[in-house]
Structure formats: structure tokens, C-alpha cells
Write a protein that binds this ligand. Sequence first.
Ligand code: NAP
Length: 284
Amino acid sequence: MLSGKEVATVVRAEVKERVAALAEMGRTVGLATVLVGEDAASQVYVRGKHRAATEAGMLSFDRTLPADTTQDKVEDLIRELNEDPQVDGMIVQLPLPDGLDGNQAVELIAPAKDADGLHPDSLGRLVLDRPGPRPATPAGIMRILSHYEVETSGKLAVVIGRSFLVGRPMSLLLSVKGVDCTVIQTHSRTPDLPGVAREADILIVAIGRPNFVTADFVKPGATIIDVGINRTDDGLVGDVDYDGVFDIAGAITPVPGGVGPMTIASLLENTVSAAERSAAAAGA
Ligand code: NAP
């Protein structure tokens, strides 16, 4: 079992040290969240982010707007946080309620404060393989792979799901120089998905369908990363039938306790990196 929870503990301790080093220079580190509406799952995610930020020694700014707010008000708040020198990293919790445009809101975040790594500037940097904040969930998955020393070079990775949040950036991160996977990016129109997935040395699943990936998708010994978080009558389950594939897989992330904790850890990493860059620029 690849425990994201365990790796997240390591990453969060590293972040805490970096925050403490900045504090010694008299520099605080701040993370702001923008939450619109009262979606229960979003509230849970946002609370988790604040708890993690506070534990790492960061200031955390919890900004909420009612569900019936306007796009203009959301954008005004983002502009205000862009200008706030105490805010180093910012996230807009997606999805926004119906009628509001989440993509447009994310585009307004100052790229230097893009804690989720989802601003077009950050995604462009990812495509160009230039430094910059990486999308938090795929970045967390890369850290799980490196922590557990999963061999990537020359391996075949199959990514199921092509969202801009997870699947697409995941495929890019796996194919860059130094990681060197051969990547097959699949989606809902891919024919014979079990057959394609069965070729994978590394199988990443991010589709949002409970227990969708069963034993017939899995090559013996494959590493499986389950990104899915699905609320069912049986509680939280992933996109992979964990019990059904466990004996065939070489390694697998659980749900919960797999990718989820790493997403938060990566968000904190992006925030402290932003603070370090801004402190360096101020000192230069
Ligand atoms: P999304 O935006 O809904 O995208 C889902 C993707 O899965 C789409 O590309 C879709 O293909 C593909 N898909 C859907 N059904 C499929 C099928 N039957 N066969 C093949 N592909 C299929 O979802 P997302 O934002 O990427 O999230 C995916 C899951 O990850 C969700 O359960 C979400 O809650 C979870 N998640 C977890 C974390 C974490 O921190 N652990 C972070 C983000 C998301 P098309 O493009 O063809 O429609």
C-alpha cells in the first residue's frame, strides 16, 4: 500500500521548516482560500486546508461568499487578495455554484500566488517544462511515486481521465525529461479501456466513478494510483475496486489516505515556494 498520508506527513514537516526559516527572517507565509456557497464537501476540503496551513505555521485567511453572490464580487475578492502582501498563495475552491465561472475566476489569480497551480500561466509553464507551481493533485502523485521509489523511466503509464485538474497535467508530468514515462492519455471515448489499461506499468485513475477499475484493467505487478473520491452509502470510495485488484497490483494507493492528503501537502508547498520567491525578490 502506498500511503499518501505518510508521504504527506514528510512533506508537511519540510514545509514547516521552510516556513520557520522565513519566520526567522521576519517573513510570514499566508494562504488564502475563496469559498463560494455552502457545499458540504467544499467546506470540508477548505477546513482541511486551513488546518494544514496553520499546523505548518502559516497564516490562513478564510474568505467566504454566499452562493447567490455575483461573478463581479468573486473577482473583486480575488483582486483584493492579489494586492494583500500577507497572502502568498491563494486558491479558489472549485466548483463554483451554478451561474459563476470558475475558470474566469482562476485566471484572475496573480500567477505568483497560484497555490493550486491551475492558472493558465502555471499550466503553460508545465507544458514548457519551466519552473512554476504545479497542479497540486498531480504534483502530489509524483511525490508519492518518488517517495516509494517507483521506477518511471521507460515505463508505460496509462492515465484514465483528462480533466485540466488532474488527468491532463498528470500526463504531462509523467512524460517530462527525467521522469520519462511513455504516456497513454485515455478518456470516456477510448475503445477497449480495460485492454489499454492492462498494458500499464503505472495506472492513474481520475474519473469520479466508484470502483470502476476492476481486476481486468490491471497488469500483474502494476502500480495503481487512485485519485477518485466518491461518496457512497458505504462511505468514501475511490475509482478503483481496491479489494478486487489488491492481489494483482504491485502497489496501490488507498482511498481515503492516498492521493487526498498529498493534494493539500502540495498546496502548502506551492504556497511556501511562492513566499520564498517573493522574499528573494524583495531582498534582491
Ligand atoms: P472530471 O473533471 O469530472 O473529469 C473526469 C474525467 O474522467 C473526464 O476526462 C472523463 O472523460 C473521464 N471519464 C469519465 N467516465 C469515464 C469512463 N467511463 N471511462 C473513461 N474515462 C471516463 O473529474 P476530475 O476533477 O478529474 O476528478 C476525478 C475524480 O478525482 C473525482 O472523483 C474527484 O473527486 C477526484 N479528485 C480527487 C482529488 C484528490 O485530492 N484526491 C483531487 C481532484 C479530484 P471525458 O473527458 O471523455 O468526459
